[in-house]
Ligand binder design. Structure first.
Ligand code: SF4
Ligand code: SF4
Ligand code: SF4
Length: 282
């Protein structure tokens, strides 16, 4: 465990539950491609695992990402709140070399910030050594199932090491890699948040085993998010606030639950749900 990393993230990162009314983040939308196909994903928009669909971000190059951080940090109103630089989409950050390049560029100029990434976890075990080179502080992995049978209802396809896998076969590879990724990331000293998209009628039974396995694998906090019904899963019900809260409360004893998620856009800047500035879209 890197000395001091846990305290740094816990106190500075709004998505890990700390000081979210004071600390903000800047998302850089540099990651275009994805390596899986979630049935709730509408690829015209941002990665629905971490970001609010409905408004597509303008894709940035790594240099434009750096420019965006520079201009935010030159604005006193933003620089006083921004503590985290995150890459969350619009596709999977680990499937795009641009994510690594962006972290290197921004880190060289703003070493005082916390660096964070969110991923579906498919290639996390393969990229863990590369992540060590960018000295990331925290990571979010979206895990929606532990059983491949349920996973197949959520994931249509997984593209791994040059092969395409469908149904339960693809889901099994993804799920295995996700938990292996949680374990390796935690071992490397990253603070790990797991996002779980709650899909009524599909993965209700999976929340408890996910929470247990995440804790066993070294995860720090869980963020149960309501499905935004769209694409192939447009017909499912969005969980009510009451149901969502009951699920979170039922698992608090297993692993800490983050309740402040606003399902932000992949290009959000500022405080969560507060003075968010929409960047890059004109
Ligand atoms: Fe879409 Fe994100 Fe799933 Fe990729 S990981 S298919 S971008 S929701
Ligand atoms: Fe928060 Fe995820 Fe962005 Fe990190 S990548 S700042 S956890 S939304
Ligand atoms: Fe944080 Fe949730 Fe927004 Fe990500 S989507 S920045 S976890 S509040």
């Amino acid at each position: 465990m890197r000395a001091g990393n846990r305290e740094r993230v816990v106190h500075g990162h709004p998505c890990f539950g700390a000081n979210r009314h004071r600390n903000g983040r800047i998302h850089l939308a540099v990651a275009a491609r994805c390596n899986i196909a979630c049935r709730y994903c509408d690829r015209r928009h941002d990665c629905a695992n971490e970001s609010r669909p409905g408004v597509a971000s303008r894709l940035l190059t790594p240099k434009e990402g750096l420019e965006q951080v520079r201009s935010a940090m030159a604005d006193p109103a933003l620089s006083s709140v921004i503590k985290v630089v995150g890459i969350a989409g619009p596709g999977d950050p680990l499937a795009n070399e641009e994510s690594f390049e962006t972290f290197r560029l921004v880190k060289a100029e703003f070493p005082e910030l916390i660096f964070c990434l969110s991923t579906n976890g498919l290639v996390l075990r393969d990229r863990i050594a590369d992540l060590a080179t960018v000295d990331l502080h925290s990571i979010t992995i979206t895990i929606n199932a532990v059983d491949a049978e349920v996973g197949a209802k959520i994931y249509k396809e997984v593209r791994y090491r040059g092969q395409r896998y469908c149904g339960e076969e693809g889901a099994a590879i993804l799920i295995h890699n996700q938990f292996e990724g949680v374990r390796l990331a935690a071992e490397q000293g990253l603070l790990v948040k797991v996002n779980t998209v709650l899909i009524p009628g599909i993965n209700d039974s999976q929340i408890s085993p996910i929470a247990e396995k995440v804790r066993e694998s070294g995860g720090y906090v869980m963020n149960v998010m309501p499905i935004i019904p769209q694409a192939e899963l447009a017909g499912v019900d969005r969980p009510t606030q009451q149901y969502l809260e009951s699920v979170r409360s039922a698992h608090e004893g297993i692993i800490a639950q983050f309740r402040g998620c606003q399902q932000c856009r992949a290009d959000a800047i500022g405080l969560i749900g507060g003075c968010t500035v929409e960047a890059g879209n004109g």
